[in-house]
Structures are given as C-alpha cells and as structure tokens.
Design a protein around this ligand. Sequence first.
Ligand SMILES: NC(=O)c1ccc[n+]([C@@H]2O[C@H](COP(=O)([O-])OP(=O)(O)OC[C@H]3O[C@@H](n4cnc5c(N)ncnc54)[C@H](OP(=O)(O)O)[C@@H]3O)[C@@H](O)[C@H]2O)c1
Length: 375
Amino acid sequence: MNIALLGFGTVGKGFYDLTVGREDVKVTAVLSRRPREELTCLVSDDFHEILASDVDIVVEVMGGLHPAYEYVCEALRAGKHVVTANKWLMCEYYQELVKLAKENGVALRCTAAAGGGIPWLTNLERVARFDSIYKVEGILNGTTNFMLDAMTKNGSDYGEILAEAQRLGFAEADPTADVEGYDARRKIVLSANIAFGVDLKEADVACFGIATVSAADIAAFTERGLVCRLIASAEQAADGSITATVEPTLFPAAAAEAAIVSSGNRVVLYAKHIGEQSFSGAGAGGWPTGSSVLCDCLNILDGCRQFYTDQFTPASAAGNALRRYYIRTSAPLSVAVEESLGSGIVTAPIPAAQAHRMIAALRAEDNTAFMAALR
Ligand SMILES: NC(=O)c1ccc[n+]([C@@H]2O[C@H](COP(=O)([O-])OP(=O)(O)OC[C@H]3O[C@@H](n4cnc5c(N)ncnc54)[C@H](OP(=O)(O)O)[C@@H]3O)[C@@H](O)[C@H]2O)c1
C-alpha cells in the first residue's frame, strides 16, 4: 500500500524509518513545509498534490486541529484510508470523522493517539466487543510522570525539574498541555468513548494538573509512604453516569503505579467478566509511536475497516465517585477533614466533581494551592 505522510517530525520520521525496506507498505509522498533532501519520494508542501498522487493511506502526524481536520476530511472524501496519531483531532471530531469514513467506505484508525507505542485503544476496542468495561485509568502522560518521579527521587522543586525535563526533551518549551493535564485529558476522552460507547467531550473531564505541586508536598507524601502520579480516569456507574477526571493521585509505595518511573505509561481497563487488564510501556517517542501507526496501516492492509466504536450513547459526566483528597492551601477551607498530612489536610470522601470545583475556587484565591486524590 502506498502511504502519504503528512508531517515529518518525531512521529513522522519514526514511522518512515520503520517502513524503509518494506514491500507491503511504502511511503510514496510526504507533505513538508521544508525541503527533505534525504527523501527520494514525492515531497511537497501542497496537500492537493500529495492527495492526487497514487496513495492508499493518508497518515496524519502533523498535530494540531487545523489544517489537520480539513486534510483528514478531504482524504476520507477522496476514498483514502486515514491513520492519525492526533489525539486532539480525534477527541474533538471523532464522531464526525467516523461518520465520514463510513460514508466513504474507508478505515479510520488512531491507535497511537492514546498510549503512544502501547496497543491500548486496540485492546479497548477488542474487549468492548465481548465484555462490559466499567473503568479505564492510568498514567497517560510521560512528561508529568518523569517530573513527579524525579521530584520524588531528588527532592527537587517543581521549577528545577521542569527545566531539567525541557533540557532532556521530555517537556516542550510550552509545557502547559502536559503539566495542566490537558494532554492526558484528551487521551482519557478517547479511551472512555471507546470503552463505554459514549461521546464525552474534553469539557466533561474534571482536570487538575501538577503545576502547583511542591517539594514539600512530595516530601510529606514520601514520609507517609505515598507516591504521587498524574492519573487520568473514567468510570461508569451502574446508572450509566460517568466520573471522568485527570488529577494527581497518591498511591502506596508498593502499588503498580508507583513502579512506573521516568516517562513510562501504565493504563488499566476493568471489565465485568475478564476483570483487570493492564498495559505499560513507552507512551511516546518516534519509533514506539511510529510502530502503532505502522500497525494500524498493516491492519488496514489486512482488511480491517471497523472503527474502535461507532456507538455514541449520550452520557452524563456527573462526577459522583467518592474520593478522599489531600488539599494544601493558605485559603480558608470548608470541608470535613479526616486528618492532616504535611502542611495540608485529607478530606472525608467527597464527590470528585465537588473536589474539582473546590480546588478551582481555591486557586483563584491562592494560586499555589495543590490537591491530590488518595487511593
Ligand atoms: N511525539 C510523540 O511521542 C507522540 C506520541 C503520540 C502521539 N503524538 C501525536 O503525533 C502528532 C505529531 O507529533 P510529533 O511529536 O511528531 O510533532 P512534531 O515533531 O512537532 O512534528 C510535526 C510535523 O508536522 C509538520 N507540520 C505541522 N503543521 C504542518 C502543516 N500545516 N503543513 C505541513 N507540515 C506541517 C511539522 O513541520 P515543521 O517541521 O515545518 O514545523 C513537523 O514536521 C501530534 O498529533 C501528537 O499529538 C506524538
């Protein structure tokens, strides 16, 4: 199959490397805004020239919403299969793009969009066909895991670790999407929609990141035998309502999450008959992510045309799940307190949605306020 590659950055280059020497899938055209002397195939900055060439699959690894959305729509309408690693695009337009792919009789795959090199979405899709998944959650952002792990190991402060993560290439120059939890939020939206057959949007996920965690918080957790990780989670109650959150979460040091170090990912599904299944590995990087993209292409070559889900049952994101929260703030707090922990307190169990409303209000008064759920 001939492949058109839109974007030749980390993932695009990683994917390209994996196709070199293969006979079954071949990159025959690359959309690039700059010359690529190293490539012998068609290289153009004109998407229409790329689309008009003899290609079967369009691989979108440019990122961003626009023009990725317009290019993917045009490719589907032109009868091309599409593979993308773009979580933002798939999170925002999943329902519309699936409909368009169906109408045009082509495949649309995005395994790399959540979990990078981990075959997470394909396993959710597999299990959702024969079992009832009621919870998906895990460490879905490598940057914040690197930072929390390093803070725990070195006792360093947030600012120092962020600078170190940027120097080592684990964090981008603008780290907002990672440290505020937005990247993990897009991945859990995609995961929840596939797992539960619903159509959650980013706004349905209560999101609090790690931007205000301090060395003193981490030291107090360590003294208590607790380890902090950024957890994206979605669980569906018996009444169908969903609690979807991204939040720092404290685990006992012996928990599997605590063993995920550096930029690793670990994600878990819980289903009625098969119980718990966990997946861990490289959630990012050119070759791991490129491998998931390649696997999608090979599945299309083998005739796969199904979508992860085409069920879009409306769901209420009520946020009713009860959790205990560590909260540290200098602003006045009005919540039932169970105990103190370092310079913060631990609340009695409260609905997750309430905790997130509370921390948003606290942060308006005290922009250093921090919160973490306890497991
Ligand atoms: N990096 C990872 O490990 C990873 C993991 C999972 C998913 N993803 C997803 O994969 C996608 C790509 O990520 P990445 O890390 O590979 O990004 P990247 O390194 O920034 O590469 C993006 C590439 O797309 C090109 N591009 C962007 N807009 C373009 C446009 N309008 N026309 C032509 N080319 C354009 C860029 O060209 P210039 O060089 O000219 O700017 C660059 O070559 C994103 O959706 C990301 O969320 C990434």
